[in-house]
Design a protein around this ligand. Structure first.
Ligand SMILES: [Fe+2]
Ligand SMILES: [Fe+2]
Length: 376
C-alpha cells in the first residue's frame, strides 16, 4: 500500500464513520437515484457516458423557517470591454435572469473570480453590471480578484472577505479561501502582474497549494457557529471546495481536515462553492458540497476522477460559448434545499449519450482515487 493510499484510508476512517452522513433525513429523489444508478453502471462496464442536466436538482432535507430563494453567480472572469465582450455579455445575461426570478431572490451571492486579471477596471465593471440585480449582494473573493494588488481594490469595493448573517432560520457564512497562498513571489522578485499570471493558471505549479482557510479564519468560524444549534442548517459559501477534490488545480483547500474538524459537530452543513466551473457534488463527514457553474467557461473534470456522488455534466462543446456555463437558482422550501443549475445551451434534461465518438481520446469519468479504495 502506498503512503498516499494509507493516508487516504486513515483520513476516510476518521471522517467517514459508520452512520455519519450530512443529514440523517437526506432524501434521494427519483432523479438523483437514476443518476447514481447511471454512474455506477457506467463504472461497472467501463463505458463512457454523459448526462445533460438542464435542471439538476439536489433535494436535501432542511429546516428553513419559511420558503425562500437566493441566487449564485460566480466565475465571470471579466476583462475590460476593450479586450473581450463575450464574458461581459454572459454576466449581463445572468444578472438579468437573476433579476427576473419569480419568486424573486432574497439575495445574491457572488462566489469569486469576478475579474480575470484582478484589474480595478475589471472589478468595477462587474459591480456596474451587477447593479441590474436589486436584491442585497454578498461577495467572496476568487484568486483572479486578489493577486494583482493582494485584495486592496477588492476590499475597497466589497469589504471583509468573510462574513455571516442569519436568514429565515439558516445561518449563512462566507469564507475567504484565496488570500493565504504561500509567498512564491518575493524571493523571485516578481512584479504584481507576474504574480497574477501564475494565479491565472489552472495547473498552478508555481503558485502551489494556494487555497486555504487559515487558522485565524477557522477560529473565527468556530466562534461564529458556537451559538448556533447543532441541528440547524448552516450554509457556507467559498470559492474553493472545502474538501480534497484535485489539489494540482487547487480544487480543494489545503487545510480541509481542520475545516472538517470545526464543522463535525454540526449535522446540517452545506458548502456551496465556485472555482471548479462544473457540476459537482460530494459528501464528506457531515457536510455536503455543491459545485457551481461559471458564466465564463467550463473546466474539464479532474483527470483522477470525480467524487463518487457527482453526476457529471457532459463535456462542453468548445464551439459553443454558451455551452456548459450558467448560474444557480437555489430554493429553500418545505424543509429542503433545491439547487437548480441554470445551464445555458442545454436542450434536454438527463439524456444519456453514447460514448462521445468525436473525441480522439474519450473522456473516462470514474470515481476519484479517494472513493475507489474502500471499504474502510
Ligand atoms: Fe474561476
Ligand atoms: Fe478560481
Amino acid at each position: 500500500m502506498s503512503d498516499l493510499e494509507r493516508e487516504r484510508r486513515e483520513i476516510a476512517a476518521a471522517l467517514q464513520q459508520p452512520g455519519v452522513s450530512p443529514d440523517p433525513s437526506l432524501r434521494l429523489t427519483r432523479r438523483i437515484f437514476l443518476h447514481k444508478s447511471c454512474i455506477l453502471g457506467a463504472a461497472t462496464v467501463g463505458q463512457t457516458f454523459g448526462w445533460w442536466p438542464l435542471l439538476n436538482t439536489i433535494d436535501v432535507a432542511y429546516a428553513a423557517e419559511e420558503p425562500f430563494k437566493f441566487a449564485w453567480i460566480s466565475d465571470t472572469h471579466l476583462y475590460q470591454k476593450s479586450v473581450n465582450t463575450r464574458f461581459v455579455e454572459k454576466i449581463t445575461r445572468a444578472a438579468k435572469e437573476v433579476q427576473a426570478m419569480n419568486p424573486p431572490a432574497d439575495f445574491l451571492i457572488f462566489g469569486g473570480d469576478i475579474a480575470q486579471l484582478g484589474k480595478p477596471e475589471e472589478l468595477e465593471l462587474g459591480v456596474e453590471i451587477l447593479k441590474e440585480v436589486k436584491a442585497p449582494q454578498h461577495f467572496i473573493p476568487g484568486e483572479h480578484d486578489w493577486y494583482l494588488d493582494m485584495g486592496a481594490k477588492w476590499g475597497q469595493l466589497f469589504g471583509q472577505p468573510h462574513w455571516t448573517f442569519d436568514h429565515k432560520g439558516v445561518r449563512f457564512v462566507g469564507l475567504d479561501t484565496v488570500s493565504r497562498g504561500p509567498d512564491y513571489w518575493t524571493a523571485r522578485k516578481m512584479s504584481p502582474e507576474e504574480r497574477m499570471d501564475h494565479m491565472a493558471d489552472l495547473d498552478g505549479s508555481v503558485a502551489g497549494p494556494w487555497a486555504g482557510v487559515g487558522r485565524d479564519q477557522l477560529d473565527w468560524l468556530e466562534k461564529t457557529l458556537a451559538d448556533w444549534d447543532k441541528s440547524r442548517p448552516v450554509v457556507i459559501f467559498t470559492h474553493n471546495p472545502l474538501y480534497e477534490y484535485y489539489p494540482p488545480w487547487n480544487f480543494w483547500v489545503r487545510d480541509w481536515r481542520e475545516v472538517q474538524a470545526v464543522l463535525q459537530p454540526y449535522a446540517n452543513v452545506t458548502n456551496i462553492h465556485g472555482h471548479v466551473h462544473q457540476v459537482l457534488y460530494n459528501e464528506i463527514g457531515t457536510m455536503r458540497s455543491i459545485g457551481m457553474l461559471a458564466t465564463a467557461w467550463p473546466w474539464p473534470y479532474a483527470p483522477e476522477g470525480v467524487p463518487k456522488l457527482t453526476v457529471p455534466m457532459i463535456r462542453a462543446d468548445p464551439g459553443d460559448f454558451y455551452d456548459g456555463v450558467g448560474w444557480s437558482d437555489i430554493s429553500m422550501k418545505n424543509d429542503r434545499i433545491e439547487n437548480e443549475y441554470i445551464m445555458w445551451g442545454r436542450k434536454q434534461v438527463f439524456v444519456q449519450s453514447a460514448p462521445d465518438s468525436s473525441l480522439s481520446q474519450p473522456e473516462v469519468l470514474r470515481p476519484r482515487i479517494a472513493d475507489r479504495i474502500g471499504p474502510y
